[in-house]
Design a protein around this ligand. Structure first.
Ligand SMILES: NC(=O)c1ccc[n+]([C@@H]2O[C@H](COP(=O)([O-])OP(=O)(O)OC[C@H]3O[C@@H](n4cnc5c(N)ncnc54)[C@H](OP(=O)(O)O)[C@@H]3O)[C@@H](O)[C@H]2O)c1
Length: 345
């Protein structure tokens, strides 16, 4: 089998492809032959050496990747419910950028009917993130106004689709006007482009009473404004800090900027939170793989929404497996929309 392997953190050249013996499944695992691997912005943070759970669970070398679509090639002796030849989608705590891999059977699911390999591979990570943020954490309710940053990206399109499916009014914010149609096509009711001027004032004008929920993975550049835009009661969901990292360039973090942005990141005062009826919630799904009941419940709910046509795949851009460096360069440009996927065959 072939796998993308990163031996040391750094730029795109650290993504190397190696050939290794095929893995053999443990009793509770299935052996998968990968058809496509989802690419997530978090994979780039792993490559940069800044992803804490990658350091804690794996270290170096590491194969990134949180999701694949695949064919089952062998099943462990204790596995029930999966058979050789099944087409599946699987979530992985790293290791997904590989042409064959073993995965715990509890992390393997039936894909949505009629979706392509690439669409299935790009589904779990962003939709599980969006579902957990909106449903489990923020408890989004019908009629609520929600503010979704990076609304044309992977998680952003999933949030917009789920927000609309839950009956919320979705206001999307995107980095530039070229992304506006994608945000609308994925369910946003209003879309604001940051390159067209003061985004926060326009967001305020759309929801003068404030937002019940704001979902922010930008971090320092938008977090304070997202908090200020909340209604009372209101929930700010923090799930990333992308603006701390270089947009484009050679793929290496800038340590001075990281330090300055860490200092500039807003701190929220419990007295203020209480008085103003605001909550700050946060998540990192990569620490939650052992929450089997949550994973199963969330995937079941998402697959039901997919079967009902309430959610569908965001636009997918495919890269050949060997062009993994181009895929990382693309998502770090900050200009991509929807999902990026590595095509294995
Ligand atoms: N906590 C979790 O469990 C979890 C799970 C999944 C994803 N995430 C986070 O969610 C965010 C979105 O992930 P994704 O995989 O769906 O990616 P994505 O949204 O498809 O792409 C990243 C987007 O972030 C925005 N951005 C802001 N600063 C950036 C920078 N310096 N470089 C590149 N892009 C920048 C850009 O959108 P605009 O310019 O349009 O805003 C860009 O298109 C990431 O921050 C990721 O780390 C967190």
């Amino acid at each position: 089998m072939r796998a993308v392997v990163i031996h040391r953190p750094g730029d795109y050249s650290k993504l190397t492809i190696e050939t290794r013996p095929d893995p053999r499944p443990e009793p509770h695992e299935v052996l998968l032959r990968t058809r496509a691997c989802g690419v997530n912005y978090a994979d780039c943070i792993v490559r940069m050496g800044l992803y804490s759970s990658a350091r804690e669970y794996v270290g170096w070398p590491i194969t990134p990747g949180f999701e694949v679509s695949a064919t089952v090639e062998a099943v462990g002796s204790a596995v029930r419910g999966h058979a050789v030849g099944d087409e599946v989608v699987a979530v992985t705590r790293f290791g997904g950028y590989a042409t064959r891999l073993c995965v715990d059977a509890a992390q393997v699911f039936k894909p949505a009917a009629g979706w392509s390999d690439a669409e299935s591979a790009g589904f779990p990570a962003v939709f599980l993130t969006a579902y957990y943020a909106l449903r489990e954490l923020a408890n989004a309710r019908e009629g609520e106004a929600i503010l979704v940053h990076s609304c044309a990206g992977g998680v952003g399109t999933a949030l917009a689709q789920l927000g609309r499916a839950f009956g919320c009014t979705v206001v999307g914010v995107v980095g530039n006007r070229a992304k506006i149609p994608v945000a609308y096509a994925n369910g946003a009711h209003h879309v604001i482009a940051r390159d067209e001027g003061d985004w926060a004032s326009r967001a305020r004008a759309i929801a003068p009473k404030g937002y019940a929920i704001a979902l922010d993975a930008n971090g320092v550049d938008t977090l304070r404004s997202s908090y200020d835009l909340l209604a009372a009661p209101g929930r700010l969901v923090v799930y990333g800090f992308a603006t701390m990292l270089p947009r484009g360039g050679d793929g290496r973090p800038r340590w001075g900027k990281l330090a300055m942005d860490w200092l500039r990141t807003p701190r929220f005062n419990p007295l203020d939170l209480t008085t103003r009826n605001r909550s700050v919630l946060a998540l990192n799904l990569s620490y939650m793989f052992d929450e089997r009941a949550l994973l199963e419940r969330s995937m079941r709910a998402l697959m039901a929404l997919a079967a009902a046509g309430s959610v569908r795949p965001p636009p997918v851009r495919e890269f050949a497996f060997d062009d993994v460096r181009d895929a990382h360069r693309a998502i770090e440009s900050g200009t991509t929309v929807g999902k990026l996927v590595l095509r294995v065959r």
